[in-house]
Design a protein around this ligand. Structure first.
Ligand code: PLP
Length: 388
């Protein structure tokens, strides 16, 4: 009789708290220890205890994180990296060869755009920026370079314009052209959206954001559904070496345990902030998939269990006024990054997305981006009101 995996059938938060995290066999410690070690004693040449030989190749704290990431994304293989961009680099290096083409979102995260435009282009990987909310425009981008598209790269919701696209429809479009569907699930997190179940081949995360959740660690992850792709990614992770260190892996695992409760609160606060901004005379547009007026609202309802903590809005008086709002906010801390328990405010055009200036991915100057934290809602609303 085959033994049943005790984690089979568990819900999201049970997996987040237990997957990959059996009590320590030596002491019974209920939290995986930080194995702050580079190498491991071998019992005779090649006699490895538990498969560990060198911590770039494998480290028990990172293994715990990787197993947990795979479980909560519903994938088979999780890999943890030193940053989100290190994860993206490993993925591109694994799946692309010179001459290949990738379709990227016309509102991609600025650092992702920079990786394609300033790094991979030099190595002969081409890209087309497309409006991914339209499956037709993705098919047209694929058709513009017949037979060359290796991947369609999706961000939904996107950073910073909160665009939403239909993962299942894009998976179908990518697969019918022999391409992979990659989903950057950083904004949604696996609690709110499970791209692999919708047909994606690989999920990318900046775990720096909601997964870590406390603005105290930089990290990245890849989660693959398929054994062959998982093995190729693991080979490149070890060959390129940008792995998550043991302490970073431990902090990220600690963050994951509360991901579900944090995302519920982020989503509730963000919805109320978006509704308040929608009524505000200084605001010309609110970009939040939880508002029925958002063009991607119906798709978001179909593929997400909540709408997340990110809200962007445009100031009626233009760029200088948008910058002033960022400078005047007090409880919302002016800073880059997102996804921590504390609320942040920023001006994407001059901060996170400055690298896209002058490109097709340039963002509007009157745009303000909020990472709505889990503080008391009344305090958040009062702060935004005084800043506006
Ligand atoms: N993807 C998205 C959507 C992001 O917002 C970011 C960072 O802001 C990244 C990827 C890159 O992650 P990291 O900063 O951890 O390298």
């Amino acid at each position: 009789m085959t033994q049943r995996d005790p984690l089979d059938g568990l819900g999201f938060s049970s997996l987040a708290i237990h997957a990959g995290q059996e009590p320590d066999p030596l002491t019974g410690a209920v939290v995986p220890p930080i194995y702050q070690v580079s190498t491991y004693k071998q019992d005779g040449v090649g006699g490895l205890r538990g498969g560990y030989e060198y911590s770039r190749s494998a480290n028990p704290t990172r293994t715990a994180l990787q197993e947990c990431l795979a479980a909560i994304e519903g994938g088979r293989h999780g890999l943890a990296f030193a940053s989100g961009l290190a994860a993206e680099d490993c993925l591109l290096r694994t799946v692309c060869n010179p001459g290949d083409h990738v379709v990227i979102p016309s509102d991609a995260y600025g650092g992702t755009f920079r990786l394609f435009a300033k790094v991979y282009e030099r190595w002969g990987v081409t890209w087309t920026a497309a409006d991914l909310s339209s499956v037709e425009s993705v098919r047209a981008a694929i058709a513009s370079v017949p037979g060359q598209t290796r991947a369609v790269w999706v961000e939904t919701p996107s950073n910073p314009l909160l665009g939403v696209c239909d993962i299942a429809a894009l998976a179908e479009a990518a697969h019918s052209a022999g391409a992979l569907l990659v989903v950057d699930n950083t904004f949604a997190t696996p609690y709110l959206q499970q791209p692999l179940a919708l047909g994606a081949d690989v999920v990318v995360h900046s775990t720096t954001k909601y997964i870590g959740g406390h603005s105290d660690v930089v990290g990245g992850a890849l989660i693959a559904a398929d054994d062959d792709l998982g093995a190729r990614l693991a080979f490149h992770q070890n060959s390129m070496g940008a792995v998550a260190g043991p302490f970073d892996a431990w902090l990220t695992l600690r963050g994951i345990k509360t991901l579900g409760v944090r995302m519920d609160r982020h989503s509730a606060n963000a919805q109320a902030v978006a509704e308040m901004l929608a009524e505000h005379p200084k605001v010309s547009a609110v970009l939040y998939p939880g508002l029925p007026s958002h063009p991607g609202h119906e798709v978001a309802v179909k593929q997400m269990r909540g709408f997340g903590g990110m809200v962007s809005f445009r100031h009626v008086e233009g760029e200088a006024a948008a910058v002033e709002v960022c400078n005047r906010a007090r409880l919302f801390t002016l800073g880059e990054s997102l996804g921590g328990v504390e609320s942040l405010i920023e001006h994407p055009g001059r901060m996170t997305h400055a690298s896209a200036a002058g490109s097709p991915l340039e963002v509007p100057g009157d745009l303000v981006r909020l990472s709505v934290g889990i503080e008391d809602l009344d305090d958040l609303l009062a702060d935004l009101d005084q800043a506006l």
